[in-house]
Design a protein around this ligand. Structure first.
Ligand SMILES: C[S@@+](CC[C@H](N)C(=O)[O-])C[C@H]1O[C@@H](n2cnc3c(N)ncnc32)[C@H](O)[C@@H]1O
Length: 307
């Protein structure tokens, strides 16, 4: 049998992804049943598959194919406890989820006590956010997170301010009236950015890091954190297959742990004014082994905290 074309493998075998990836952990299933209000796991599975199909039509990111949108990844990050302590100490603390997709991670943070009114979620593709409302059976009245659609690479949207070092700006912007993220400069206590940075070139990863750094409040303990694809040595992910729709393949630029730390401590922020934790974790990825048997997959798990 002829070797299938990479695109065909990615787009033509959703059933493989379903069998391999829709293996909800018991706590994830419990979270989804309680947030959707559904009574049984079969109805939940059908809803997830229907929403996956809709989202793949909007844009076929690998994370959609792999059901990342139901996996509450934020709570698996080592600094998740730090986020919950931060908001316990300061219930007015603003959190931004950038590249939020369906908004599952902020829903998990809300279930764990983060006030929904103090959360901003942002994504280039509002379709994903709307599908999130369908999946979780919510609407803006029942789920009062502020959603601000836009492109993080658009300077009019994200802003061009340098990081704030002294006192936080006085007037907190009215979240409901936000049309971009620039007015949040110096106001955010926490930013979550998962599976996001690796979508961009090295220069754009740096630009996005600078822009997000400028949104962070100067208050000690303010944090930006997340996870994304990495390599033990920074560079293009040459060990991956060629690009396909929604998949950067061997054109993806990856930081290593040291280059990521150097970017935040010394470039985005003045050296010594942040603590950066960054750790590379090797992951098993059955879906990528289908494409390339020799593939090794690394995630960078990281947190930058202002000192
Ligand atoms: C791979 S998904 C990750 C979603 C989620 N954070 C997670 O961890 O599962 C990347 C998300 O970033 C969004 N995105 C891509 N490019 C963007 C841009 N230039 N500005 C803002 N969001 C963008 C996509 O629409 C998508 O929802």
């Amino acid at each position: 049998m002829a070797e299938p074309h990479v695109e065909e493998v990615i787009q033509g075998h959703p059933e493989t992804a379903q069998e391999v990836d829709l293996a909800l952990k018991p706590e994830e299933e419990a979270f989804l049943l309680s947030t959707t209000g559904l009574a049984d796991a079969d109805a939940l599975k059908k809803l997830i598959l229907d929403m996956q199909a809709e989202a793949a039509e909007a844009f076929p990111y690998p994370c959609i194919r792999r059901f990342d949108f139901v996996k509450c990844k934020i709570s698996r990050l080592p600094c998740y406890g730090q986020l919950l302590s931060l908001v316990k100490d300061d219930p007015t603390a603003l959190l931004l989820d950038i590249g939020c997709c369906f908004g599952t991670d902020v829903r998990k943070a809300i279930a764990d006590g983060y006030p929904a009114n103090n959360i901003i979620a942002s994504d280039l593709r509002p379709d994903f956010w709307h599908i999130g409302h369908k999946l979780f059976m919510s609407d803006p009245a029942t789920f009062p997170v502020t959603f601000v659609p836009g492109d993080v690479l658009d300077k009019t949207f994200i802003g061009t301010a340098p990081p704030v070092y002294d006192v936080p700006p006085l007037q907190r912007p009215e979240l409901r009236s936000l049309r971009g993220l620039a007015p949040l400069a110096g106001h955010l206590r926490a930013i979550h950015a998962s599976n996001f940075f690796h979508l961009f070139t090295e220069a754009n990863q740096s630009a996005v890091a600078h822009a997000l750094g400028a949104l962070l409040a100067p208050t000690r303990g303010s944090m930006v954190f997340g996870t994304h694809v990495s390599r033990p040595k920074k560079g293009l992910r040459t060990e991956a297959p060629p690009p396909a729709p929604g998949y950067l393949g061997n054109r993806m630029f990856c930081h290593d742990a040291q280059s990521w730390m150097d970017l935040w401590d010394g470039e985005v922020f003045r050296k010594g004014t942040v603590r950066v934790e960054a750790q590379i974790v090797e992951q098993a990825r059955e879906d990528l082994v289908v494409l390339n048997p020799g593939v090794t997959f690394y995630q960078l798990v990281w947190c930058v905290t202002r000192l």
